[in-house]
Design a protein around this ligand. Structure first.
Ligand SMILES: *[C@@H]1O[C@H](CO)[C@@H](O)[C@H](O)[C@H]1NC(C)=O
Ligand SMILES: *[C@@H]1O[C@H](CO)[C@@H](O)[C@H](O)[C@H]1NC(C)=O
Length: 193
């Protein structure tokens, strides 16, 4: 009675191949009923976790950034966001903007990084708009990486929010020591609450 068993094995193998053939899209979800208009405004990058090589090298030296999320000009298309990040680098404030284009369900975006030469998918997985947002980014290409980000409306997120982020990052496969809460600096965040 080998045949049924062989058939079963074949089905299992096909099933497994089917799984392997689906694009290596990471497990990600979006905030249900995501409201883009409420996501706009200033955030601070209060927590980070990534396996990108730049992150591994620099994580001890990172400081908190400010990120302003604004609608991009209508000419860029519907629902495109312009995210302007200001951060301290070699004692100077630097500013960088990137455009997040809607990609799938509301709360899911992608952008093409000229610097990395790759496409990155960004999911706003959870947010209450007024206090925090948990973002998940997957970069494709030969510099493939993934990253979890905590956006906080204040520079001093509550312990409960930090814990929420650690739990989120761990669910994405990061170890506790991969999770960084970059310290705030007076320099580039000055004048902002
Ligand atoms: C994005 O916002 C920044 C800061 O306001 C601005 O300098 C930049 O031109 C904007 N980019 C686009 C494509 O609108
Ligand atoms: C980071 O992790 C992702 C998912 O586990 C993997 O596909 C990628 O190759 C890793 N990248 C680096 C630079 O370790």
């Amino acid at each position: 009675m080998a045949a049924p068993r062989t058939l079963w094995m074949a089905l299992v193998l096909l099933g497994a191949l089917g799984v392997l053939q689906t694009p290596a899209r990471a497990q990600a979800s979006v905030q249900p009923n995501f409201r883009q208009d409420q996501f706009l405004g200033r955030w601070f990058t209060a927590g980070l976790a990534s396996n990108a090589s730049w992150f591994r090298e620099k994580k001890a030296a990172l400081s908190m950034c400010s990120a302003v999320v604004a609608p991009a000009p209508p000419g860029e298309g519907d629902g495109v966001l312009n995210v302007t990040t200001t951060f301290l680098r070699r004692d100077q404030c630097e500013t960088r903007s990137l455009l997040l284009r809607p990609a799938g369900p509301p709360g899911c975006y992608s952008y093409t990084s000229l610097y990395w030469g790759s496409t990155q998918d960004v999911w706003v997985e959870e947010t209450d708009y007024g206090e925090y947002a948990l973002l998940y980014t997957v970069g494709t290409g030969d510099r493939g990486f993934h990253m979890a980000t905590l956006y906080s409306r204040t520079q001093t997120p509550r312990a409960a929010v930090r814990e929420k982020f650690t739990t989120f990052a761990e669910a994405k496969g990061f170890a506790e020591e991969d999770v960084v809460f970059p310290p705030r600096t007076d320099k580039c965040l000055e004048g902002h609450q």
